[in-house]
Design a protein around this ligand. Structure first.
Ligand code: NDP
Length: 433
């Protein structure tokens, strides 16, 4: 704790994982202690921090900080996204990289855990400025990554445009055409259904969790937060499955649309115009726009936090419970605080943690790696069917793990245990390294 005192998000993630692993740790205490397994698990294999200088449209040089944390490659090459947001620091990248180890393990695919990013803010920058930043970022990052070593992807602020610029620079410097990044455009090695995968996967898992607890997603009212990649496709799939999504948000405000969010309009505003939600509300007579936060005050059956970490607080959890919410599934990484999670679980709200519920994105990224390796492209339907199968399996794996340790219905513990067991086995088998 002292060593990482300046990294609260990292401590929060480690605390949550280790607390819920208690029964597994107790059952294997002697071996884990002798092998210092937990100490090794909580210390990244290595972390890079680097300068990213670039020239803005006025000819002024700007300097940002870049990060890549390679956390654990026991079960496969490091894999995890690149976050571009002014709030990025080493503690946030470490928390995300740590979570990624278990998430990637849960997918059942051979991928290790890593994460990276920069405090660069793509918002309000011209295309040329974004390209200048991405090229400079990759000029340094390319020294540490490769198709069989470390395969970054998108995250907050890093979409297809940024991945394209980074891939171009990697290719130019390294002279290699390989699947070093996922989330690529379809014309140069991207996978169909990757764009939709995290949001769709979230709904496939939520649907299964509800079904196994005697509920049907059809006819449910859903609150979604965020209005980025995860939120948009979660909204789309929820509506395809017969639910009604009534909210979305961004970092300045939120929309309540009792008629149900118009996905085509949301995509136009967010993906095409890259505009704010005020434009959605202006174009949609049934929608109300509110400044600040407030999504969780709306009555719903299912809540899907899809924006960022620590956006669903204890008071929000109380409000959700008071309004009769039956399930919360995390589209974002660690959107629910520890206290809020505990409150929801104690009040019998089904709770699917992000490392399971949003694993569809990285799972489909691993499918993109497979397609790149065999130099083939699968159809949308093939990828979507594999994704659905993976998400249903993830739910049953974590459900089974919770039951094995007499914690039935505790999907947080189940996800941590199921993700951890495979990584721990691999680390022990590979010796002290
Ligand atoms: P995007 O950048 O596409 O969208 C992020 C959304 O969250 C935007 O609506 C943004 O609003 C909002 N947001 C960001 N920061 C804040 C904040 N501090 N307060 C309130 N709202 C905020 O990112 P993604 O949709 O890709 O990612 C969302 C979450 O899902 C992240 O936690 C990410 O790590 C996680 N995730 C994403 C995956 C993916 O495949 N994309 C895979 C697995 C997890 P604004 O536009 O105003 O900034």
């Amino acid at each position: 704790r002292e060593k990482n005192a300046s990294e609260p998000e990292f401590l929060q993630a480690v605390t949550e994982v280790l607390n819920s692993l208690r029964p597994v740790i107790d059952a294997n205490e002697e071996v884990y202690r002798r092998e210092a397994l937990l100490e090794r698990l909580c210390e990244p294999d290595r972390q890079f921090k680097f300068r990213v200088p670039w020239v803005d449209d006025k000819g002024q040089v700007q300097v940002n900080t870049g990060y890549r944390v390679q956390f654990n490659n026991s079960i496969g090459p490091y894999k995890g996204g690149l976050r571009l947001h002014p709030s990025v620091n080493i503690g946030i990248i470490k928390f995300l990289g740590f979570e990624q180890i278990f998430k990637n393990s849960l997918t059942g695919l051979p991928i290790g855990g890593g994460k990276g990013g920069s405090d660069f803010d793509p918002k309000g920058k011209s295309d040329r400025e974004v390209m200048a930043f991405c090229q400079s970022f990759m000029t340094e990052l390319c020294k540490y990554i490769g198709a069989d070593t470390d395969v970054p992807a998108g995250d907050i602020g890093t979409g297809a445009r940024e991945i394209g610029y980074m891939f171009g620079q990697y290719k130019k410097i390294r002279g290699l055409y390989e699947g070093v990044l996922t989330g690529k455009g379809l014309s140069y090695g991207g996978s169909l259904a990757r764009t939709e995968a995290t949001g769709y996967g979230l709904l496939y898992l939520t649907e299964e969790m509800l079904k196994c607890n005697g509920h049907d997603i059809k006819g449910k009212t859903v609150c979604v937060s965020g209005s980025g990649n995860v939120a948009i496709y979660a909204t789309q799939k929820a509506q395809q499955l017969g639910a009604k999504v009534v909210t979305v948000s961004d970092s300045t405000g939120w929309v309540y649309d009792p008629e149900g969010i118009d996905v085509a309009l949301l995509k136009e505003v967010k993906e095409v115009k890259r505009a704010r939600l005020t434009e959605y509300a202006a174009a949609r007579p049934s929608a109300e726009y509110h400044e600040g936060r407030g999504v969780w005050s709306i009555k719903c059956d299912v809540a899907l936090p899809c924006a960022t970490q620590n956006e669903l607080l204890l008071d929000d959890a109380k409000q959700l419970v008071a309004n009769g919410c039956i399930a919360v599934a995390e589209g974002a990484n660690m959107p629910t605080t520890l206290e809020a999670t505990e409150y929801l679980q104690k009040n019998n709200v089904l709770f699917a943690p992000g490392k399971a519920a949003n694993a569809g994105g990285v799972a489909t990224s691993a499918l993109e790696m497979s397609q790149n390796s065999e130099r083939l492209s699968w159809t949308f339907e093939e990828v979507d069917a594999k994704l659905q199968n993976i998400m249903v399996n993830i739910f049953h794996n974590l459900d089974d793990a919770a039951k094995r340790y007499n914690m039935e219905g505790d999907y947080v513990a189940g996800a941590n245990i199921a993700g951890f067991e495979k990584v721990a086995d691999a680390m022990l088998a590979q010796g002290v390294c």
